[in-house]
Ligand binder design. Structure first.
Ligand code: WTA
Length: 649
């Protein structure tokens, strides 16, 4: 943590939307059950979570529910289970064996449906391929894949044999992929030739080839054929997915894995330049994601559920793959862009497949608003019954538009707050029981205890701003940062004594609703993607022309935050548009296109305090408005400030 933002809320939204009575009656969590869940969790939260865990198939029962040696938690100690068996095999014993597990649509319009029976077979076969290449329980496998059913198949195959997967979002660059592969010491990489995005091919294999030049631990690369374009296959290392499937059988019994067996590592941005490998384990993770998918997403057997997140992010892990499949749901998956070939693609998909539950990000909703409601109104959308959002604060206007234009005033909205680190939803409405208000994720879920505190540990009063913390361990919590337990301790458990520090500012209103104000650290949320300003800065300074860089977020109507970089150049060189473009490309190469600065400002020097710290608050204010308010007496060089201001004109 470097410095905090001012925590204040400008929202005074009071409209209330109680659950529609019809919805409440049929909900997985009715008002009565909600009251009971909250009461049970309050009385004994360990027993409460144990009860939720009993809904899973265990191979060996646990002997203790929780061992809490702060900041390290172990859940369901002694228990053994297999996540792929919970997501697949268990449904084969019921009528769900012929139910659609994944309904997939490619961007060109091609579709595929896999029943639970078929998905199980594909997972077993791919798990056998992994075994054939020497992958064993505990080995790490990198997955760098497009949104095709095979990304889920690869993850479930890893889970079946106890390999720990590390999914790297396909939008990350070769360099970012290489660093993540090396940090986790992956033995095998699963990828594809490419995928379709806005009508053109995005190639993945060349990035993998570049990354694998500097990844000593990788022995094998398995390549899915999606687009059919030509790729280089390195003999001995690279193999086609479809060819390897021919060499194995269908039978692959699930490994009995310890409840604390590492299920996955997922890298996310923090306050330093190096992304953190968030480690999640097996029993507690599945318990919470399965329960929250049932409670908050209200999954039923006749639903077609669509979470639009890419599987490369945590939302895709927990609420495209593990949570819904553990519940035997039908999961919709889509490969491409929301505006291809036209801005009504999502609504076409909803109608074409009869989607009933839609879970998306505020940034997408804001884009739909900008594109115009006529694109939504062209489609009936009467299959929809529940809407959800995740990833960033939702402004009340976007919430109301979502409710009225998409949900026709009928569908409850669940605004869900959680993080890569929390593994599953933490603060969210129970759609059949909770009265919602636009802009608040409402209350912590049963079994979750949150609070709003100041740095000295004091809980704040209603409507006072503070830091969002979690005061008790939860089953799906991260267990550590891969390879850096000290950073885990420091980052999450040392900011405020004895509690988990989420990195978000928040307030709680007089009804107990939590209003999340956004990050208070140097993490910015760009279109729902989490990026560390330090990562972008180190990408910029790795360019030969750059001396120093400071990156801040600027409020942006569409993206939430836009990326603004203040850059000083080597040897008094002058900046121009060509260099600006080159720097943007350089960041795309180092991290990925998602991290390209929206705005690069060249300056002679950066404003620093007397102790040499870059005054980010000031830069944020300049980026946002061009005006500087507040105390600047610790500035080293006022002339720098004058120059930055002048540049605004
Ligand atoms: C933000 C995504 C407000 C928050 C699941 C958090 C939200 C970060 C919400 C985690 C929400 C997520 N309302 N803010 N409903 N959901 N956030 O790790 O700042 O990609 O700390 O996990 O997104 O982002 P991450």
């Amino acid at each position: 943590m470097t410095e905090s933002y001012a925590i204040e809320s400008h929202q005074h939204e009071t409209r209330q939307f109680p659950p529609p009575p019809d919805f409440a009656r049929q909900a997985n969590v009715t008002p009565e059950l909600a009251a009971q869940l909250y009461a049970e969790a309050e009385a004994d939260f360990e027993a409460f979570w144990a009860k939720q865990a009993e809904a899973l198939d265990w191979m060996t029962p646990w002997t203790h529910v929780l061992e809490w040696n702060p900041p390290h938690a172990k859940w369901f100690i002694g228990g053994k289970l297999n996540i792929s068996a919970n997501c697949l095999d268990r449904h084969l014993k019921t009528w769900r064996r012929t139910k659609a597990a994944i309904v997939w649509e490619g961007e060109p319009g091609d579709t595929r449906t896999l029943t639970y029976w078929e998905l199980h077979r594909e997972v077993c076969r791919f798990a056998n391929v992994l075994k054939k290449f020497g992958v064993r329980a505990g080995d790490r496998v990198a997955i760098y894949m497009p949104m095709t059913p095979e990304i889920a198949i690869a993850m479930l195959a890893c889970a079946r044999i106890g390999a720990t997967h590390s999914v790297v979002f396909g939008g990350f660059s070769a360099e970012a992929l290489r660093d993540r592969i090396n940090d986790a010491g992956c033995k095998l990489v699963v990828t594809a030739d490419g995928c379709w995005r806005r009508g053109t091919e995005v190639r993945l294999k060349p990035a993998v080839d570049a990354a694998l030049e500097q990844t000593p631990t990788v022995e094998t690369c398995l390549v899915l054929r999606r687009t059919g374009s030509k790729v280089d296959m390195q003999p001995g290392r690279d193999h086609w997915w479809h060819e390897m499937l021919e060499t194995v059988g269908d039978d692959c019994p699930p490994e009995a894995l310890d409840a604390e067996h590492p299920l996955f590592i997922l890298y996310t941005s923090g306050t330093t330049g190096k992304p953190k490998g968030i480690l999640h384990t097996t029993g507690g993770y599945l318990t919470q994601v399965a329960a929250t998918a049932r409670w908050v997403l209200d999954l039923k057997d006749d639903d077609v559920y669509w979470c639009t997140a890419d599987v490369g992010w945590v939302t895709g892990h927990s609420y495209v793959v593990y949570g819904p499949l553990a519940n035997g749901a039908t999961v919709m998956m889509y490969e491409g862009a929301p505006n291809h070939p036209e801005p009504d693609r999502f609504w076409r998909i909803v109608d074409r497949h009869g989607v009933t539950i839609l879970y998306t990000a505020p940034t997408a909703i804001r884009a739909f608003i900008r594109w115009g409601e006529q694109w939504v109104l062209k489609h009936r959308l009467d299959s929809l019954r529940l809407l959800g959002t995740v990833g960033e604060p939702i402004n009340p206007e976007a919430w109301m538009w979502y409710r009225q234009v998409v949900g026709k005033g009928r569908c409850p909205i669940v605004d869900t707050w959680w993080q890569t680190e929390t593994g599953g939803m933490m603060i969210a409405p129970l759609p059949g029981a909770t009265t919602t208000t636009p802009g608040t994720a409402t209350r912590p879920l049963p079994g979750i205890s949150a609070d709003i505190r100041l740095k000295d540990g004091r809980s704040v009063d209603a409507n006072e701003g503070g830091y969002l913390v979690l005061t008790r361990p939860w089953p799906a919590m991260l267990r550590t940062i891969w390879g850096d337990d000290e950073r885990y301790r420091r980052q999450y458990w040392s900011e405020i004594e004895g509690v988990y520090f989420a990195g978000d500012g928040a307030r709680r209103d007089e009804h107990g609703n939590y209003w999340i104000m956004g990050r208070v650290d140097d993490v910015i949320n760009v279109s729902g993607h989490r990026l560390g300003t330090a990562e972008i800065e180190s990408a910029l300074v790795s360019h030969e022309a750059v001396a120093e860089a400071a990156v801040v977020g600027r409020p942006d109507e569409l993206k939430g935050s836009a990326i603004v970089a203040f850059v000083t150049l080597q040897g008094g060189r002058a900046g121009d548009d060509a260099l600006r473009a080159a720097l943007r490309e350089h960041v795309a190469k180092e991290i990925g296109a998602l991290a390209k600065p929206d705005d690069i400002r060249f300056t002679d020097a950066l404003p620093k305090t007397r102790s040499g710290k870059i005054m980010r608050r000031l830069l944020r204010e300049i980026a946002a408005s061009g005006n500087v308010v507040g105390d600047v007496t610790t500035l080293e060089d006022f002339s720098v400030l004058e120059k930055l201001r002048a540049d605004e004109d």
